[in-house]
Design a binder for this molecule. Structure first.
Ligand SMILES: Nc1ccn([C@@H]2O[C@H](COP(=O)(O)OP(=O)(O)OP(=O)(O)O)[C@@H](O)[C@H]2O)c(=O)n1
Ligand SMILES: C[C@](O)(CO)[C@H](O)COP(=O)(O)O
Length: 236
């Protein structure tokens, strides 16, 4: 079944990496001698069910990334470079405009999540064939508090119902484009793609991923990232 479906992957990597407080954008920082973005792309490049990769980059980084990062590595798949927007949502929408017209399924993934596994990606694609909208996440481990503007705790949601959603987030193309266009119409800005589809009233299925599918966001994540890679290498 999956062989008959055109699957596009949109890799969002057009952020500024402000929270990393690094001289170079975080997706180009190296873990185990390889740029974070390359780790991410290599996972998607090996998945035979993915027919195209659309990489969203900051406009002013496209040439640098093509010449100094991507050209140093071999990829089986063609990687289409698209310029991003001010917000992640706009970047993903820009990518949607370049998705192949035969695409049925779109996998949206953060370039800053290099530890995603092929197994989780394939599982999320299979689930999206059934449910049309899927998010990958993990149950939260901490108790979560809702805090007001004066830093007082105003609610403690039932932790058994709380998940930290990651990426990939995988959708039927028609649903995702409609969700983005409605968000633009409503001037709504979300922090992930699932929320845009939820706003359409479409049920989004959560599937369990891995706790080590972290998003490299702040300097501490680089230490975690090296440890994750070392542990994986020791298991080979
Ligand atoms: N306008 C944007 C903002 C973010 N992203 C991408 O979305 C992913 C998740 O975003 P985040 O971790 O917040 O990255 P940044 O926005 O770069 O980080 P910061 O908020 O610290 O600047 C990243 O791979 C990032 O490159 C994007 O494609 N376009
Ligand atoms: C999409 C996401 O990775 C899901 O956890 C997250 O919302 C991205 O947030 P960011 O602030 O753009 O990193």
């Amino acid at each position: 079944m999956l062989n008959k479906v055109f699957v596009s992957a949109i890799i969002a990597a057009a952020g500024q990496g402000k929270r990393m407080k690094s001289r170079i954008n975080k997706q180009y920082l190296e873990l185990d001698g390889k740029p974070i973005l390359i780790h991410t792309l290599e996972v998607f490049d090996k998945i035979k069910y993915i027919n195209e990769i659309i990489l969203i980059l900051k406009e002013d980084e496209i040439e640098f990334c093509r010449e100094k990062i991507l050209n140093r590595y071999e990829f089986r798949k063609k990687i289409i470079l698209v310029s991003g927007g001010r917000e992640r949502q706009e970047s993903v929408y820009n990518g949607l405009k370049f998705v192949n017209k035969n695409a049925q399924i779109v996998v949206v993934h953060d370039g800053a999540r290099p530890f995603v596994t092929a197994d989780v990606i394939e599982k999320s694609i299979c689930e999206a064939l059934k449910n049309k909208a899927v998010g990958v996440g993990v149950p939260v481990k901490d108790t979560i508090k809702v805090v007001d503007e004066n830093s007082y705790i105003i609610d403690t949601p039932d932790r058994s119902k709380l998940w930290g959603i990651q990426t990939p987030q995988v959708f039927n193309y028609d649903i995702l484009i409609k969700a983005h266009e409605k968000a633009i119409e409503d001037n709504y800005l979300g922090t992930d793609d699932c929320v845009l589809v939820e706003r359409l009233g479409h049920r989004v299925k959560m599937i369990e991923g891995n706790y080590d599918n972290i998003k490299i966001t702040t300097p501490e994540d680089l230490i975690l990232g090296e440890a994750i890679l070392n542990r994986r290498k020791s298991k080979i």
